[in-house]
Ligand binder design. Structure first.
Ligand code: FES
Ligand code: FES
Length: 205
């Protein structure tokens, strides 16, 4: 089946099996391997991406369900001229060790702070409790997200990060990969300006 979606501001059309998860589509078809797969059962949060502004677990979604959607992966949260405020805060507070959970932590925190830039420590802990980390003990992650709040307060959210050009006006396109395509580095950029929403499934006790 052919799926058309926008990933990190770039249009993509991908041929997938009906059973292909969004995570596998992003990693294996579009070579955006920043989205990690841990449990593949919706438990660990490592696969979290932002779909139409909401943090979702891409291992629980079929790629075909993302037809017509705007997806932002951790690559799309990067910028070319240095670290974003959220990344800077993670670095400052040593909020990662092995880094396996980090893509999901960053996408979840970005979605949260975009919608709730005044989130307090309890709210941050509650939302991030749906993302498992085996290394840090969570304290530095919460401290990093708390520090990053100032940047989100200062940058009003826009409805869609990196809106794609209207249909028919060209713009970047992620072609379906051929055999053994080279890895693609970050596509597009969002910075701290995208609107986010944290869905209930990311708020497990
Ligand atoms: Fe998706 Fe663990 S890999 S929640
Ligand atoms: Fe290793 Fe979180 S930094 S799992």
């Amino acid at each position: 089946m052919r799926v058309a979606l926008t990933v990190n501001g770039n249009r993509a059309e991908v041929d997938v099996e009906p059973r292909t998860s969004l995570a596998d589509c992003l990693r294996d078809r579009l070579r955006l391997t920043g989205t990690h797969l841990g449990c593949e059962h919706g438990v660990c949060g490592a696969c979290t991406v932002i779909l139409d502004g909401a943090a979702v677990r891409s291992c629980l979604m079929l790629a075909v369900q993302a037809e017509g959607s705007h997806v932002v992966t951790v690559e799309g949260l990067s910028q070319e001229d240095g670290l974003t405020p959220l990344q800077t805060a993670f670095k400052k507070h040593h909020a990662l060790q092995c880094g396996f959970c980090t893509p999901g932590m960053l996408t979840t925190a970005h979605a949260l702070l975009t919608e709730e830039p005044d989130a307090d420590a309890d709210r941050i802990r509650s939302v991030l409790s749906g993302n498992l980390c085996r290394c840090t003990g969570y304290i530095p992650i919460v401290e990093a997200v708390l520090e990053a709040r100032a940047a989100y307060r200062a940058a009003p959210a826009s409805p869609h990060p990196n809106p794609p050009p209207p249909a028919g006006e060209g713009g970047p396109h992620i072609a379906p990969p051929t055999e053994n395509p080279p890895p693609q580095a970050g596509k597009g950029r969002v910075g701290a300006s995208g609107r986010g929403r944290v869905r209930a499934e990311a708020e497990k006790p």
